[in-house]
Design a binder for this molecule. Structure first.
Ligand SMILES: [Zn+2]
Length: 278
């Protein structure tokens, strides 16, 4: 199997000892959980930052855990793939220099060979408008979060055969840890979620993490489904099926500004509503 998958030690309970919602799994080890929804000092973070740890790779401590697998948290369809170095304006410029770079006070090789991916450049030289780096946007297919959007950002690379329309199962390998659009802090994956109305919600209670959304004067959301601890989450192999065969290319929208310049942007519904830190 070309793609190593992160395996949650116990599908019923997370590494934090909290119950997992049925049909959900941990996307990665929680050994280095950096920030949560509304967590931290500034209360502007509305997602999860899960930092890299070398222990998640059976192949050992290679490059500080970069290149290790990240899994989908639940069964979803891929609705958008954005690649650093592809659409540079939106997703940033890849750092293709040789040698090492520093993040969070630690040295990392800028590139490495990863099974199933080949040579991967793991860092970017700028943010891009999305400030996401490599990003996968998915729509949940079943369960209490059906039709919610879940996004994964900053990865080192996206599984090469994944495309818009691919269906990914809970626990399926979708990307590898990296540091795109992270220019200072420790490499991590940012995962966030929106309900069908486009309102940001906290994924944490579904994947065995404490609900922190009240820490900054927040309130309970009326559309927040109850989390009912459950049976075993289904973890399947990393086979994906292509639901639609649609292309992964983004289609920019062209608009004319006041001074006659043509602006090319992504559809507004897909743009990152970047009013908070990623
Ligand atoms: Zn974040």
């Amino acid at each position: 199997m070309p793609y190593e998958t992160w395996q949650q030690p116990d599908p019923l309970v997370s590494e934090r000892g909290l119950p997992m919602q049925e049909g959900f799994v941990q996307p990665y080890s929680y050994d280095n959980l950096m920030r949560q929804f509304n967590g931290g000092k500034n209360c502007h973070h509305r997602g999860l930052d899960i930092g890299t740890v070398s222990s998640v790779s059976p192949t050992g401590s290679v490059n500080g855990g970069l290149g290790t697998p990240i899994s989908a948290v639940t069964r979803s369809v891929v609705t958008l793939i954005g690649k650093t170095g592809g659409n540079v304006g939106e997703f940033g410029r890849l750092d293709t220099r040789s040698g090492k770079t520093v993040r969070g006070g630690r040295n990392y090789a800028r590139s490495m060979n990863v099974p199933g991916y080949g040579l991967v450049y793991l860092f970017s030289r700028n943010y891009g408008r999305w400030r996401s780096g490599n990003v996968i946007v998915t729509k949940v297919l079943d369960g209490p979060l059906k039709d919610y959007t879940i996004r994964y950002m900053h990865m080192g690379a996206i599984r090469p055969d994944l495309k818009v329309g691919s269906i990914v199962e809970a626990g399926e390998h979708i990307a590898i840890m990296g540091s795109t659009a992270i220019l200072d802090s420790t490499p991590h994956v940012h995962i966030d979620m929106e309900n069908p109305k486009g309102e940001r919600r906290d994924l944490a209670p579904y994947i065995g993490l404490p609900d922190t959304s009240l820490q900054c004067g927040g309130h309970h959301y009326e559309d927040k489904p109850p989390v009912t601890p459950k049976r075993s989450a289904t973890v399947t192999s990393s086979k994906s099926h292509d639901a639609s065969g649609t292309s992964t290319m983004l289609t920019p929208i062209e608009t004319e500004s006041d001074n006659g310049m043509i602006m090319r942007t992504l559809p507004r519904t897909e743009r990152n509503k970047n009013d908070d830190l990623l």
